[in-house]
Design a binder for this molecule. Structure first.
Ligand code: AHG
Length: 341
């Protein structure tokens, strides 16, 4: 079978794409490009581990020793460490923060401190790995607020999503994809395993005008507020003609809805009094995905206001999240304003 690609077709590697984007900003120093490139490399390294996940049982379970006598690391710890180690010494970051770590992660003293801040969820949905369901890494990059050359502080991390300079995710699914935005559209790359390269496969992604899916954990219905309940009832009506899809792996649910059209919800609920604001984290999950959603023509809200406008007060702050199709997400705000006083 002849393939469709001819020598006249442009093959865009992620490196070429980043460099093209950089050229559009003559003031750019190339540092952001390099951070993105390091994150793409981290994505490749994590992907190479996730495809071997089931083999852990054969080679030695987590916490025990494998055949070489080395300790087998949990995948989420591996992902966390990989992202940190690829970025700690480059002189491009002021500090980092990870969903896996309670406190801000300083750049080691021996390395220079840079102009950017990296927040990341190294392996979101990691409980799904054991059952071979797609998982993902999410990243968010801000410009620091404190003076250059000094160690980054909490003030650098606690910025609203509107200040994001770049955000993206890597999804480890039937193929590995990296999707990102720097505010100039959303672009998706698929990892060609033979070449070890991310190739541009989804330029300038826009959410479809007609949504197909809604995604919510319907089992929490007894714990929802009247506004959320009425809203989900409305989603289910014939006028919307939606199907329900819920994987329980945020990156995978978001990615499907981004490409096929739909809305993902993780509302606040009364199930766990310790988590009154829902389960998902503003800085590591909601804000970066909200930036991508808006760039693709969608919207993200906590039910009252846009996720990108929320001012974070702590690193691990949780938020209710309605994200994806713009009209459907705006409708959540209407219902919540009407029924929840
Ligand atoms: P974890 O990383 O602990 O597996 O959590 C996954 C997150 C997110 O990816 C997903 O959208 C959500 O939890 C699902 O939570 P529920 O099981 O409560 O629906």
């Amino acid at each position: 079978m002849p393939h469709n690609l001819t020598f006249h077709d442009k093959i865009t590697t992620i490196e070429r794409h980043f460099l093209d984007e950089q050229k559009a900003h003559p003031e750019a120093t190339g540092e952001l490009t390099q951070i993105l490139y390091d994150l793409a490399l981290a994505g490749k390294m994590i992907a190479s581990k996730t495809i071997q996940a089931g083999l852990a049982d054969i080679l030695g379970a987590t916490g025990s020793r494998n055949v070489q006598g080395e300790t087998v690391q949990k995948l989420d710890q591996f992902a966390d460490e990989t992202i940190f180690r690829l970025n700690d010494h480059t002189g491009r970051l002021a500090c980092m923060a990870s969903e896996e770590q309670d406190e801000l992660i300083p750049i080691p003293e021996k390395y220079p401190k840079g102009r950017y801040v990296l927040l990341y969820d190294p392996l979101d949905g990691s409980s799904n790995i054991d059952v071979n369901v797609s998982v993902g890494s999410i990243f968010a990059i801000y410009r620091r607020k404190t003076p250059e050359g000094t160690p980054g502080t909490l003030e650098d991390c606690l910025q609203p999503g509107r200040k994001l300079v770049a955000a993206g995710y890597v999804i480890y699914g039937s193929s590995t994809m990296l999707v990102y935005t720097t505010g100039n559209g959303v672009h998706g790359f698929t990892l060609n395993r033979m070449l070890g390269e991310f190739l541009l496969s989804h330029p300038n992604i826009k959410m479809p005008a007609k949504p197909k899916y809604y995604s919510v954990n319907q089992a929490y219905e007894p714990y929802w507020s009247p506004g959320v309940l009425q809203y989900v009832r409305w989603l289910q009506t014939g006028e919307n003609n939606l199907s329900l899809r819920y994987i329980g792996s945020l990156v995978a649910d978001f990615h499907r809805n981004l490409l096929a059209g739909g809305l993902f919800c993780y509302p606040a609920d009364r199930k766990d009094p310790k988590k009154p604001g829902g389960k998902l984290r503003l800085l590591y999950e909601a804000a970066p995905l909200a930036f991508i959603a808006e760039q693709a023509g969608g919207y993200a809200t906590n039910g009252h206001s846009g996720i990108l406008d929320l001012e974070p007060t702590k690193l691990h702050q949780r938020v209710p999240l309605f994200i994806g199709d713009k009209k459907l997400a705006e409708k959540a705000e209407e219902y919540i304003a009407k029924f929840d006083k």
